[in-house]
Every structure is written in structure tokens, then in C-alpha cells.
Write a protein that binds this ligand. Structure first.
Ligand code: UD1
Length: 433
């Protein structure tokens, strides 16, 4: 292939074309949290009554989860940000491999299927680009609750032995505070016989959101949001009307960084500030002023200086904002050190940022970033959801045009991102390819 042909093929790929270097102003609206909505949708498997969710983001991942639930016999009605799910009668307890493989959170449905039906067969979700992502903690928890679990030919089969088909309460201590394992076990334990505890539980706000929905459906859960969760099993759950998904803290963080990287005053709303405490502190530390009120945050960046960070489970700095924050640090005064401690392979954005003129040295999962006065537009590809967001942020600040490919990742997690950015004055165009 000639160079010209290769270049024109590159341009034909779906991409965002972003003309950077312009200040932004106005209000950026945050959608409902993807990671919450996906798991709340699987909670509908626990009852035969309707579960209605509001503030559900319009994302390809939500469509994927709708397809998976439909394949199990759930009736799914979507109308804008409202989703009505009813698992009146389940026709299958085995979601298909193709669907589960492309959407890791769908594996977590094994907990609710087991709780409701007493059996489930769910394909292993597989690894992904950012790391191996095992599910051993999920399986250990289900076994502790009395399920017999086998992994064969890539499928996890779980069943409650005996004729009663009801899990029994147990004490579970997680080896690591896995978000997915905590959610899987929570959904399995709500219908179990007796009391369960999860120690070293994930404390992420999405876990708390799930527990709140389940409690509204009649579950008895306390302690969610802290390291020990107690679940008193109940015989059945009922439906729930108009349960609003919490605002997406990662999208909110991405937008706050968009303001910082373009040195623009912006308002971001709605935000629950407690969901972002460490991120807000890092933004203050690097030179941003924040005005926080009941509805949201107004961010006023000053001169941006380098700060170091290490990703940690909540309430630490979220791994999902590591790549976006690195884009900001690429434009800061001084040298910062960013260490990724959750995933072993989540530094693929480094090479793409370097293509845009960033000065970054990589040592395993630690990046040493020397800020440069200006990034410059270039064709780049986001290798995963948050890496794609980092590319968009870098492009907003860069001199000239950047072509950001990898939109299938971006569209999994950012609801209407270009419309939102255009609304605050960014110069963004989508090319469908
Ligand atoms: C969730 C989020 C994802 C986020 C991640 C960490 C959803 C749908 N996704 O993913 O966006 O990046 O939390 O905040 O909510 N681990 C084990 N054994 C296990 C399970 C996990 O060692 O059995 C390890 C993983 O390899 C990883 C770490 O724990 O290093 C965090 O994983 P986990 O919290 O399970 O992430 P997810 O729930 O998959």
C-alpha cells in the first residue's frame, strides 16, 4: 500500500477531529454513572417485578447490557435516560459468550442469577488490554455462600446443591477490595438464607448505589460504602420505581480536567463532591481553584504545576482517571510521577501522548512526566475507554488538529461527549468513517 493510500485509510476510520488550543466556557452536564447503571440493570434479575431506572447514560455499554438481559428473557424498555426492566420469567441462566466477552460487568450477573434461580452458567469475561482482570474473588465468594462452582471450557457454572436452591449466609473476607466481586456477592447474598458479611469490601460509590437500590427493593444491607458490608438475607425482593443512577464521577473528573488542561473556567454538574475528594485535592494541589456547591463545581485553573499521584481503590485516586490526569500533567510546570497500582498494563496512552509532543519516561507502571509548554495535534488512537478520553483532553489543549481514533471505546463510557464539548466552545467534529 502506498503512503497516501495508508494515510487516506487512516482518515477514513471513525474519529473525532479536534482543533485544539481554544479556551472553553460554560457548563458541562454529567450523565449517570456507567459503572453503576450496568450493575443496577443486572439487579433486575433478582425480582419478577419491574425495576425502573432513571438517569441512565446513553452508551453502547448500556445497549450491550440490554441485549444480554434480553437474551435471558428480561423485558427491557429504554426511552432516553429511563430504562424499565422486568424479569417476570427468566428463559435462560446462560448469557452468550459473544455478549459477555465484550462487556465485563455482565459477568457480575452470575450473582443475581444464582440468587434468583439457584443456578447460572456465565462465560468468563476474559482479560483485556489494561490487565488480566481475574474473577477468582467472585467465585470464592459464591462458593462461601454454598454454591458449587466449576470452571470448564471458559464457562463458570454455579449451582446451589439440594432441592431448596437457596444460598446460605456466610462471612467472606476478600483478598483485594474488588468492585465487581463485592457487587456479585452482594447480589447473591440478598436472597440467601441468613446473614452474610463481606470484609475488605470495595468502598466505591457504585457499590453504595447498588446497595441503595437493593434496599429499596426490600433487601437488608448495611455498611455499603465502608469496608464491611452486612447483608441479612430476605426471601424475596420486589420492584422499584424511578431509581436515579448517581452522577458519573469519572465523567465529572474528566470534565474538570478538561477545564484544567485548557486553562478555562468551567462549571461541571451534577457532581457529588465526596465521590471525588482525592481528585479534587489533586486539582487544587496543581493550581486550580474550586467552588463547590450543592449542584456542582466551578473550576478556575491558575498556572498548572506538577503533582505526583498513585492510583488506589476508593477513596484513593481512581485508576479510571489516571490517563486523563497524565494528559494534564503533560502540560504542567515541572516533573510529576504517576504510578498505576491497580492494572499492570494501563500505560498505553503514554506512547500516544508522546506522539503529541509529551515528554514521558516509562518505568514499568510508573510514568515520569516532564511538562511541556504546548502539545501539538497529531493522529492518535485511544486503546481503551479512559485512554481515549485522555487523547480527547490532550487534543483540546494541543496546537492544531488532532484526529482521535478508537471511538468504539470512547462511546462505551462518555454519553454524547462531542455535543457536550461543543456546547462549551470546543471545536470538535465526528467523522463516522
Ligand atoms: C471496576 C470498574 C472499572 C474500574 C475498576 C477499578 C465496573 C463495571 N468497572 O472494574 O471501571 O477500573 O473497578 O476501580 O464497575 N482482582 C483480582 N481478583 C479478582 C478481582 C479483581 O485480583 O477476583 C484485581 C484486578 O486484577 C484489578 C483489581 O483487583 O487489579 C481491581 O479490579 P476490580 O475492582 O475487580 O475491577 P472491576 O470490578 O472489574
Amino acid at each position: 500500500m502506498t503512503l497516501a493510500a495508508a494515510q487516506s485509510q487512516e482518515i477514513l476510520k471513525p474519529h473525532l477531529s479536534i482543533d485544539g488550543g481554544h479556551p472553553l466556557n460554560g457548563v458541562l452536564k454529567v450523565s449517570g454513572a456507567k459503572n453503576s447503571a450496568l450493575v443496577l440493570m443486572t439487579a433486575s434479575l433478582l425480582t419478577d417485578e419491574p425495576v425502573e431506572l432513571t438517569n441512565v447514560p446513553e452508551l453502547t455499554d448500556i445497549s450491550g447490557m440490554s441485549d444480554i438481559l434480553s437474551s435471558l428473557g428480561v423485558s427491557v424498555e429504554r426511552s432516553g435516560k429511563r430504562v424499565r426492566l422486568q424479569a417476570a420469567k427468566l428463559s435462560s441462566a446462560e448469557p452468550p459468550y459473544e455478549l459477555v466477552n465484550s462487556l465485563r460487568a455482565s459477568f457480575f450477573s452470575i450473582g443475581s442469577l444464582l440468587g434468583r434461580l439457584g443456578h447460572a452458567r456465565v462465560p468468563l469475561p476474559g482479560g483485556c488490554r489494561i490487565g488480566a482482570r481475574p474473577v477468582v474473588e467472585h467465585i470464592r465468594g459464591l462458593k462461601a455462600l454454598g454454591a458449587v462452582v466449576n470452571v470448564e471450557h471458559g464457562i463458570v457454572s454455579a449451582a446451589v446443591p439440594g432441592h431448596v436452591k437457596r444460598l446460605r449466609g456466610a462471612s467472606i473476607v476478600l483478598d483485594c477490595p474488588s468492585v465487581g466481586a463485592t457487587e456479585t456477592i452482594l447480589m447473591a447474598a440478598v436472597l440467601a438464607d441468613g446473614i452474610s458479611t463481606i470484609e475488605n469490601a470495595a468502598q466505591e460509590p457504585e457499590v453504595q448505589d447498588l446497595a441503595n437500590l437493593l434496599n429499596q427493593m426490600g433487601a437488608r444491607i448495611s455498611g455499603a460504602g465502608g469496608p464491611v458490608i452486612t447483608i441479612e438475607g430476605v426471601k424475596r425482593l420486589h420492584g422499584c420505581r424511578n431509581y436515579p443512577v448517581i452522577p458519573d464521577r469519572i465523567e465529572a473528573g474528566t470534565f474538570l480536567i478538561a477545564a484544567a488542561i485548557t486553562r478555562s473556567t468551567l462549571r461541571v454538574e451534577p457532581v457529588i463532591p465526596d465521590h471525588l475528594n482525592v481528585v479534587l485535592q489533586k486539582l487544587r494541589d496543581c493550581g486550580c481553584k474550586l467552588e463547590i456547591d450543592d449542584q456542582g463545581i466551578t473550576i478556575k485553573p491558575g498556572t498548572i504545576s506538577a503533582v505526583d499521584l498513585t492510583t488506589q481503590p476508593f477513596p484513593g485516586f481512581p485508576t479510571d482517571l489516571q490517563a486523563p490526569f497524565m494528559a494534564l500533567m503533560a502540560t504542567a510546570y515541572g516533573t510529576s510521577v504517576i504510578s498505576e497500582k491497580i492494572y499492570e498494563n494501563r500505560m498505553q496512552h503514554v506512547g500516544e501522548l508522546q506522539r503529541m509532543g509529551a515528554s514521558i519516561r516509562l518505568d514499568g507502571s510508573t510514568a515520569i512526566i516532564e511538562g511541556v509548554p504546548r502539545l501539538s495535534g497529531a493522529p492518535v488512537t485511544g486503546s481503551d475507554l479512559r485512554a481515549s478520553a485522555a487523547m480527547v483532553l490532550a487534543a483540546l489543549a494541543a496546537d492544531g488538529k488532532t484526529q482521535v481514533s478508537g471511538l468504539k471505546h470512547l462511546d462505551r463510557g462518555y454519553d454524547g461527549i462531542e455535543a457536550k464539548l461543543i456546547g462549551v466552545g470546543a471545536n470538535v467534529q465526528r467523522f463516522k468513517g
